[in-house]
Design a protein around this ligand. Structure first.
Ligand code: AHR
Length: 610
């Protein structure tokens, strides 16, 4: 029986109830949302970013092409450049550079020397994809040259070649589609940005995640020994793109920072969403677990937080407001909320730093809402610890994260029913039910009804991660998938879209009696080991999908032991998948072997062990 009380006062839902969390994971930025088509455009890739990366990664050469790092460089923050006699070809991301017939593409390059530079886009076999252009480079000072190519064919396999009959120095070789989201220069890939926009997010949390609270907290200082693998520091990511010092990305690649803080703010504004930046708290997490002991460094980061508020909101006459205006946005971005730290699992060190950030920000900007941390995961030991501190402190809002099985989401629907109504508000900054089946999306939807019922406490929620390049996946499940020219949403994307496009104004209280919660058990009775026998009569062992398809089998009759051994006493087999476990007890003497099977179609790992 469902009883609805329309006249009772339910919690009000806000425009920010649901949003998105963008992190540069799974090549979500370069080669993804950031529309630049040239990979390693400034020749800064380096083995620190990822094993095997060099200044010529993604480039092939015909002639003499050398990556040089000397005092002739473009600027102190863009150290390498290319000395070229002959030609170089860039392969782009995924299968190649995506071009659409009839569309315009803006080419640009910084160059020095006196020689012609020919620019063309072709297939690998040389077939032209646009009429080539020739640029006359003149003079031995770094100058930016531009040109436009119009695609004569549609492809996802293009290559860009620049060549010269003379000798030139080149840097920051760029090719951008004119057709970006909202037509912004240095903008975003339209199909991906539109998929995010279709969710109608109320906020954008960025730029991480582990991206924020890992790596060196020291900044790029223009010196020769600058730290690579730096934490994500917003000042590295603003200003002209050729002055943004590239960096190792925590997720194992290079980040150009072409998509930086200015672009995040602009994107949030274009979406009509609240920007929600996350700043490092000077305590590294995500497996690194170190706290800074350098007080001057901590104070510098606190100043960076204040400067960020000035960059977003300050007048054009202020130092950082002036930079925002120079980048093209004299009007303030209207920043209201900042988060300090991510999944902090050194709670005492984090807390000491958080209080300093909070005091400094509140002293200068009492209007800013500050989001604190709950720890790495509510299943972890630090959770209670940090929540207690946040409550005692009267913190504005606390960021919780959890990735869990569908059954966890169903069983914990009432999680926030008992939260202290007078305590800090909750920002559920990251969550997803592990695996990517429709069933997972249903479990998330059921859980979201619990978030809405508690909208007086849970003020914001975002599924994570948002984007994944199909060829470069570090984490799944993800909401939106893409390759060089196509993108598609997961079932969870559709579910989020449904909820995010239909946020009500107010919860109508209701109660349910009778019935019961149906607990799903997708493995039980569906996936199991089929037949195994005693040593004398054994034949096969099989693991099957729910539809009966065999995804693992071993034939005992082939006369090959294949690593199986006969054991006594009798034992148990366990098959685990997506957070579920099914155990079967042997009734006969047992043949045993550990086997791990990854079933890509179903996206789970099965493990059969004794
Ligand atoms: O969303 C992927 C990662 O999950 C985030 O970087 C981190 O905060 C969490 O552990």
């Amino acid at each position: 029986t469902i009883k609805v009380s329309p006249s009772a006062d339910g919690a009000a839902l806000s425009k920010q109830q649901y949003g998105v969390f963008f992190e540069d994971i799974n090549y979500a930025a370069d080669g993804g949302l950031y529309a630049e088509l040239i990979r390693n455009r400034s020749f800064e890739f380096n083995a620190t970013d990822a094993s095997g990366f060099t200044g010529l990664t993604a480039w092939t050469t015909a002639g003499t092409a050398t990556v040089v790092n000397d005092d002739q460089r473009l600027n102190d923050r863009n150290r390498n450049y290319l000395k070229l006699t002959g030609g170089v070809t860039n392969a782009g991301y995924n299968s190649g550079i995506a071009l659409k017939k009839g569309d315009k593409y803006d080419f640009s390059v910084w160059a020095r020397g006196d020689a012609a530079l020919r620019v063309s886009v072709n297939l690998a076999d040389g077939t032209a994809l646009a009429a080539p252009i020739t640029i006359a480079v003149a003079g031995d000072t770094w100058t930016k040259y531009t040109g436009t190519l119009r695609a004569t064919a549609t492809t996802d396999r293009g290559r860009l070649t620049v060549s010269t009959p003379g000798a030139l120095r080149l840097d920051e070789i760029s090719l951008f589609p004119r057709d970006t989201y909202k037509g912004r220069s240095n903008g975003l890939r339209r199909d991906l940005a539109e998929k995010v926009a279709a969710l109608r997010p109320g906020f954008v949390r960025f730029p991480g995640g582990c991206l924020v609270n890992t790596g060196s907290m020291y900044s790029y200082d223009g010196a020769f020994n600058y730290p690579r693998a730096r934490s994500y520091q917003w000042k590295d990511t603003v200003g002209p793109v050729e002055t943004r010092a590239t960096n190792k990305n925590f997720w194992g690649y290079n980040q150009s920072y072409g998509l930086g803080y200015y672009e995040y703010f602009q994107f949030s504004e274009d979406l009509g969403a609240m920007p929600l930046p996350v700043l490092p708290a000077l305590v590294t997490g995500c497996g690194q677990n170190r706290a800074t002991v350098d007080e001057a460094l901590l104070q510098r980061h606190i100043q960076d937080a204040l400067d960020l508020i000035e960059f977003a909101n300050g007048p054009v006459t202020s130092t950082w407001g002036k930079l925002r205006a120079r980048q093209g946005h004299p009007k303030p971005f209207g920043l209201t909320t900042v988060a300090i730290g991510n999944e902090e699992n050194l709670p005492d060190a984090y807390w000491a730093n958080f209080l300093k950030f909070e005091a400094a920000i509140k002293a200068k900007h009492p209007e800013i809402t500050i989001v604190s941390n709950s720890g790495p995961d509510d299943q972890g030991g630090t959770f209670e610890n940090l929540w207690a501190k946040n409550k005692a402190n009267g913190t504005d809002m606390v960021d919780e994260h959890y990735y869990n099985s569908p059954s966890w989401f169903l069983q914990n629907n009432a999680r926030y029913d008992s939260y202290d109504r007078n305590g800090p508000k909750v920002f559920l900054g990251e969550y997803a039910s592990l695996d990517a089946k429709f069933y997972n999306s249903l479990a998330e939807a059921a859980y979201m009804t619990g978030l809405e019922r508690n909208a007086d406490v849970v003020k914001m929620a975002s599924y994570a991660p948002l984007l994944a390049n199909i060829d470069n996946v570090q984490w799944k499940p993800d909401l939106i998938w893409f390759d060089g020219d196509e993108s598609w949403g997961s079932t969870s994307y559709q579910m989020q879209k449904l909820f995010m496009n239909n946020v009500g104004d107010r919860v109508v209280p209701s109660t349910v009696t009778g019935g019961g919660v149906v607990q799903p058990k997708p493995i039980t009775g569906a996936i199991g080991l089929s037949t195994w026998r005693t040593a004398a009569t054994y034949d096969d062992v099989k693991v099957t999908r729910p539809d009966g398809t065999v995804i693992f089998s071993d034939d005992f009759n082939d006369g090959n032991a294949d690593g199986w051994t006969a054991v006594q006493p009798r034992g148990n087999w366990t098959v685990t998948s997506g957070g579920y476990a099914q155990t079967t007890t042997d009734t006969e003497d047992t043949m045993v072997k550990a086997a791990t099977v990854t079933d890509t179609d179903y996206d789970y790992t099965l493990k059969a062990t004794k």
